[in-house]
Design a protein around this ligand. Structure first.
Ligand code: UD1
Length: 373
C-alpha cells in the first residue's frame, strides 16, 4: 500500500475557518489516502477571532500554530514566511492548501512554491481590480503561484484566463464557505441568539465593518457613524465590533459617540453560530466583509456593501447584494428604501450547493500523487 498523500492546510484569519472546515471533514472520509495537517499561522489570535470558530465549526485543533500575531503587512507576511518555511522543511508534504486572500494565504503560497511543493488555492480568481485593497495583492500573487486553482464562480475562471493561467489547472467547484453555512444552518437557525441580546420580533439590521478603507480614516469613519446614527433612529442595529474597528473608534474618540446611540447594540466579535443566527433574521445587513456578501445571498437577506467594488460580482448579478460605497447620504437612502420596501430578491449561484469540498478533494486525489515532489 502506498503512503497517504500528506496535505498541509493553512488557516490564519477569521474568514479562513469557515472555508477550511468542510475540507477537513472531507479529508476525514479518506483516512488511508490522505494525511491532513492543519496549520494556523496565528494571524488572528484572540479567542473570539479564532478559537470559538474551531468549536462552532467542528474543526480539529491545529497541529501547528506559528503564533505570528499582528503587525504591518511586511512584518506579518515575513514572519509567516520565516516560520512556515521551517515547518515545511521538516514536514515535506505533497501539497500545501491555502484558502481565501489574507496575508497568511499569500505568505504560505510563496514559501511552498519556492520549496517546489505544489500549492492548491481555494477561492481562486476573485478580483476587485482595486490594488489599494491588500487582499487583491494577496489574490494575484497566490493565483500566479498556485498549481490547482479552485473557484467559486465562473467570473473567477474568466479572470484567471485573462491573466494567462491555463484552464487545465482551474476547477470551478463551488463555495466551501457556503458548504459550512448549509451544513450548520439547522443549528444556527435554532440557536435564537438575538433573544440573548434583548431582540424579540422587531425588525433590526446587522452591521459589520473592518476594512481599512472604511475604518482607518477619521473622516470616513465619522461619516459612517453618522449614518448609523440616522438609521438607528428608526431601526435597531446590531453591531459586533471587529478589533481593528474598535481600536479606530477609540483612537478617533468615536466609541463614546456610538455607545450613546440608544438603538445600537454593540458587542464583541461573535462566534460563527451566533453571528449567523442573528444575521439570518435581520431585515438588512450593512457590511464591508467579503464572506458576508456571499452568506446574505444564500440566506436571501438584502445586503448593502460599503465599498465601491467587489471581487464577488455574482452576489450582485444573482444575489441580494448592492454596492453603496461609503457616502453617508447614499447609504442612508438605500437602507431606508430596503427597510420600507424590502430589498432585492436573488437566487443562489451555481454550485453553491454544499458539495464544494467534496469536489475539491476528489480533484486533489486525482491530480496530486505521492511522488509529486
Ligand atoms: C484580516 C485580513 C482581511 C480579513 C480580516 C477578517 C489581511 C491583509 N487582512 O484583516 O482580509 O477580511 O482579517 O477579520 O490579511 N487584532 C486583534 N486580535 C486578533 C486579530 C487582530 O486585536 O485576534 C487587531 C490588531 O490590533 C491588529 C488589527 O486587529 O493590528 C488588524 O488585524 P490584521 O490581521 O492585521 O487585519 P484585519 O483587519 O483583521
Amino acid at each position: 500500500m502506498s503512503n497517504p498523500l500528506h496535505i498541509v492546510n493553512v488557516v490564519g484569519a477569521r474568514p479562513n475557518f469557515m472555508k477550511i472546515a468542510p475540507i477537513m471533514n472531507e479529508y476525514a472520509k479518506h483516512p488511508t489516502a490522505i494525511k491532513a495537517t492543519l496549520l494556523h499561522t496565528g494571524q488572528h489570535y484572540d479567542d473570539a477571532m479564532s478559537r470559538v470558530f474551531f468549536s462552532d465549526l467542528g474543526i480539529p485543533q491545529p497541529d501547528i500554530n506559528l503564533g505570528v500575531g499582528s503587525g504591518s503587512h511586511g512584518v506579518q507576511t515575513a514572519l509567516v514566511m520565516i516560520r512556515f518555511e521551517e515547518e515545511l522543511l521538516r514536514l515535506r508534504p505533497h501539497l500545501v492548501l491555502v484558502v481565501g486572500d489574507v496575508n497568511s494565504t499569500m505568505a504560505c503560497a510563496i514559501v511552498a512554491s519556492k520549496l517546489n511543493i505544489p500549492v492548491a488555492h481555494v477561492e481562486a480568481g476573485l478580483r476587485s481590480f482595486d490594488r489599494a485593497m491588500p487582499e487583491e495583492i494577496n489574490r494575484i500573487v497566490t493565483d500566479r503561484l498556485a498549481d490547482l486553482l479552485f473557484t467559486t464562480s465562473e467570473d473567477a475562471d474568466r479572470n484567471l484566463v485573462q491573466e494567462g493561467i491555463s484552464l487545465d489547472r482551474v476547477f470551478f467547484v463551488g463555495n466551501t464557505m457556503i458548504d459550512s453555512l448549509l451544513s450548520l444552518r439547522p443549528i444556527f437557525e435554532a440557536a435564537g441568539t438575538k433573544a440573548k441580546f434583548g431582540l424579540n420580533n422587531e425588525r433590526f439590521g446587522f452591521v459589520t465593518l473592518h476594512r481599512p478603507s472604511n475604518v482607518d480614516d477619521r473622516l470616513t469613519l465619522t461619516g459612517i457613524c453618522s449614518v448609523i446614527e440616522r438609521i438607528q433612529q428608526s431601526t435597531k442595529l446590531f453591531w459586533p465590533l471587529h478589533p481593528r474597528t474598535k481600536n479606530r473608534l477609540v483612537e478617533h474618540d468615536l466609541l463614546p459617540v456610538v455607545k450613546e446611540m440608544k438603538n445600537v447594540i454593540l458587542t464583541e466579535p461573535l462566534s460563527y453560530i451566533d453571528s449567523m443566527s442573528i444575521m439570518t433574521s435581520a431585515s438588512i445587513v450593512l457590511t464591508d466583509s467579503g464572506g458576508i456578501q456571499e452568506e446574505t445571498t444564500v440566506l436571501g437577506i438584502p445586503c448593502l456593501t460599503l465599498r465601491n467594488n467587489t471581487e464577488r460580482p455574482v452576489t450582485i448579478t444573482e444575489g441580494t447584494n448592492e454596492l453603496v460605497g461609503n457616502s453617508p447620504e447614499v447609504i442612508y437612502e438605500r437602507a431606508m428604501d430596503i427597510l420600507r420596501n424590502g430589498g432585492k430578491h436573488g437566487r443562489i449561484p451555481k454550485l453553491w450547493d454544499g458539495k464544494a469540498a467534496e469536489r475539491i478533494v476528489s480533484v486533489i486525489l486525482e491530480r496530486i500523487h505521492c511522488d509529486t515532489n
